[in-house]
Design a protein around this ligand. Sequence first.
Ligand code: NAD
Length: 496
Amino acid sequence: MSNVEILPQVTAFLDRRHGCFIDGQWVLAEGDSIAVVNPATGQTLCETLDAPLDIVERAVQSSHKAFKSGVWSSLRPADRERILLNFTRLVEEHAEELAQLETLSQGKSINMARALDLNATVEFMRYMSGWATKIEGQTFDVSIPLPPGARFTAFTKREPVGVVVGIVPWNFPLLIAAWKLMPALATGCTVIIKPAMETPLTAMRLAELALEAGIPAGVFNVVTGGGASVGGVLTSHPLVSKVSFTGSTAVGKSVGVACMENMTRFSLELGGKNPMIVLADADIGKAVQGAILGGLLNNGQVCAAASRFYVHRSIHDQFVEALAAAVSSMPIGDGMNCDAAINPLVSRKQQQSVLKHIELARKEGARVVTGGELLEGDGFFVQPTILADIDHSMAVAREEVFGPVLGVMPFDDEDAVIALANDNRYGLAASLWTNDLGKAMNLVPRIEAGTVWVNAHVLLDPAMPFGGVKQSGMGREFGRAVIEAYTELKSVCIAH
Ligand code: NAD
């Protein structure tokens, strides 16, 4: 049951006829529609357009034309920064409206949508706005010997890569759209966002706010529709210069292959099966709190979520007991109910997929300490679930579940636990829990992951590069690293 009053502007937005946002206006077209469903009730919130091919083509042509015209890339960097800060301010002013749209369509807690999704989006936007005035190259003292006596000045310039396509998953629709959109805009690129079918609403609203902020028409377009159809056309389009994709490893691989055909630059932020390693000396209370945040944030639908827990045998039972007690008392309900800590999963499909993982774990011998069931009703709820007596070889210890399922395993030996943590195809993130600084410093370099936290899990910052090793992806988002990924390096060599 909801106890948040829905803003009239949210209702008005849902009631509109929706299209794609191209060249600063809504393009409505005849075509198939895709229902956006409220995961708490199973009811349709609105219909969005499954963009037909000609509309996708129109979006690419618009972005290409806007890039070539220099309407954005040729602005003074300080003007780009000012407009991006305007845009950020507008998002902040519309925070409640965006948070409600996010919760209604994604299912997540409104508390979290406000405190995390919106706050982190605004902070990321503000951070990235500042990069517009900080893009720089280097100078080189070169030793070119010809012609005799010639002198040279050589330097590099970073130039916007061109038209960027950002493909966004359904777990953090607004935040991840901003992760792709903002570096593109800061560097002078133009950008097309393709949101997930389940959760396109906040990206659509964002495009309107961008125009209102002064970002010229065509610089930021939004195309809604199917992954393979719309996404497939965008990733294989010769006028697209860069694809930034966040989603599953299987789709990410196909995106990489499609991009290679045109040498389109790409970065992939993919899945994870992230270990949390709790050493014997760790503070158990903090580790349990860390497991709840790291494992159950967004109901476990987080690529960097902790989902396999290796706990030293001396504290394993105590850890499982404390974790189960805390998790079983978490109130479950509609994301629009401020008192609910656990909320529905994004879709019926995701609910069924998570339940299948739990069922398989049971069959393979896992013990369900708490949870393990769906909740009856029309919403897509799954009880938060703690599994013990897990073996490292079981599917639930190896495959990404992407739901509120935490599997705990004991270990005896630190070398062995590092080997187990690394024995997985993914390498997105990991955490180590210990108060022994020497151990932390020795073990961190041995963990195969793009991010390793010590005594924390799942905490990100716009300045700290984020991305995976192994099959968790290629490239990094955030910080200077993402600016480099959205620009081409041009070497200039002047003889004089
Ligand atoms: P998904 O791969 O099914 O879809 C992601 C996006 O890709 C959606 O917008 C979808 O419409 C689009 N898409 C689907 N097929 C496509 C194709 N052939 N070509 C181009 N685009 C296509 O993933 P999902 O189910 O939306 O999200 C969950 C997955 O995302 C999980 O595996 C999770 O780990 C991963 N994820 C990773 C990160 C990260 O930063 N590493 C963050 C969030 C989610």
